[in-house]
Design a protein. Structure first.
Ligand code: FES
Ligand SMILES: [Fe+2]
Length: 406
């Protein structure tokens, strides 16, 4: 392993994308230690609602509790280790293991073991193990470390003013897509941190300016017109945001804090409302108390596993959940106003079209890289200027791994 001699500005050495031992280390050092995006409150709207979440060797239950918070429980029965809940989501009172019916309260306490006359052990020693859970601006995060990184509340303080006005607590899930990408989780995240490849996204290019990560100096000639249009649209978006009191400034701390974040509000092409062919709204219902559909996209990246687009009419959340060294589950969830009616206020196919296509294109790109990393002739390649956020992600990762190894 070559963490100490990492060549800045270059992709990682192949084993970081292919080696099962390094994958296990990633699971301990990154997914076992840091705040991981789990779901939004729209996925668990009522007390008793839960989702189960698997990544690497871990399986978690994220349960909406009676206090409006979340209980995060390891989904590992304290009898003989069976998965307690097996559905990806549902509603439950007590949690009953399907193997021998050990029964746990929503807090994870063992309240019943159906072995007559044999309850000689101390039940309080066999509660489901708990992890940390936090809700911020309607997004649910979990952390498996005994002592989670302490700067997360600062990260939340950064994103709450941007995301709060979209009021995720008043949204519902319109659609959820789970795809398995044949690629290491870091390749999934790297791919998402740049738009150098955005020529490969014809549907997205209708509304998303393909100038992301570029500057006046780095803009290629074929994008000069788009750049000009983008600048004008951005100026008018910022004018509206100032009028409405909505933050839009870029905050970029992807590798300068443990809870790495990038957030901004950026203009969309065309009508500037949503991810449609002409940039017009995809749902007729505005989210929360937003004053206008023309709010571009509020986009957020969080290390290590999530990114988000928040628009006036809908929100899309993305979570990457590693399966093994060469496979990653990517979960995309479309949220609309909770009073929006399918077929009346939005058409599900049209709402989801752009990002369903984009996700499939990204999956193909990631898989091409994974195949390359497996070749004995793979060598680390240089990140371009427009890929500075990829470098920031890798820098964040390498720093965290070094800290973990000590
Ligand atoms: S393994 Fe869960 S009750 Fe036996
Ligand atoms: Fe992409």
């Amino acid at each position: 392993m070559r963490l100490d001699t990492r060549r800045a500005g270059f992709s990682l050495e192949a084993p970081f994308y292919t080696d099962p031992n390094l994958f296990n280390l990633d699971m301990q050092a990154i997914f076992g230690q840091h705040w991981v995006f789990a779901c939004s409150v729209a996925e668990i709207p009522e007390p008793g609602d839960y989702v189960t979440l698997d990544y690497g060797p871990y399986s978690l239950i994220v349960l909406h509790n009676d206090d409006g918070g979340v209980n995060v429980l390891h989904n590992v029965c304290r009898h003989r280790g069976a998965r307690v809940l097996t559905d990806p989501q549902g509603t439950t009172g007590n949690l009953v293991c399907g193997y021998h019916s050990w029964t746990y309260s929503p807090e994870g306490d063992l309240i019943h073991a159906s072995a007559p006359g044999e309850m000689t052990f101390d039940k309080s020693c066999y509660a489901l193990k708990r992890a940390h859970g936090k809700i911020a601006a309607g997004l649910v995060f979990i952390c498996l470390a005994e002592e989670p990184p302490t700067d997360f509340h600062e990260t939340a303080k950064i994103f709450e003013p941007y995301i709060g006005p979209h009021e995720l607590g008043k949204t519902k899930v319109a659609y959820q897509q789970n795809i398995v990408e044949e690629g290491n989780w870091k390749l999934v995240m790297e791919n998402n941190r740049e738009c150098y490849h955005c020529d490969g996204h014809p549907e997205l290019a209708c509304s998303l300016f393909p100038t992301w990560g570029l500057t006046d100096e780095t803009i290629p000639p074929h994008l000069e017109d788009v750049w000009e249009r983008n600048q004008q649209a951005q100026a008018s978006l910022e004018y509206r945001c100032r009028r409405y009191g909505l933050p839009y400034e870029v905050v970029e701390e992807l590798d300068t804090r443990v809870g790495g974040i990038r957030i901004s509000r950026e203009s969309l092409d065309g009508a500037g409302e949503s991810f449609s062919a002409d940039g017009r709204r995809l749902s007729k219902k505005l989210l929360g108390d937003l004053p206008d559909f023309r709010l571009g996209r509020c986009s957020m990246h969080l290390q290590p596993n999530s990114w988000f687009h928040l628009l006036g009419d809908h929100v899309i959340t993305f979570g990457a959940y590693p399966i093994n060294a060469h496979q990653t589950l990517v979960r995309t969830t479309w949220l609309v106003a909770d009073d929006a009616v399918e077929g009346v206020d939005y058409d599900l196919e049209t709402l989801t079209h752009t990002w369903k296509q984009t996700n499939l294109q990204d999956k193909a790109f990631v898989e091409l890289c994974q195949q390359g990393a497996a070749s004995p002739f793979y060598e680390q390649g240089p990140y371009m200027k427009s890929e500075y956020q990829v470098e920031a992600f890798i820098n964040w990762y390498v720093t965290r791994m070094r800290e973990h190894i000590g």
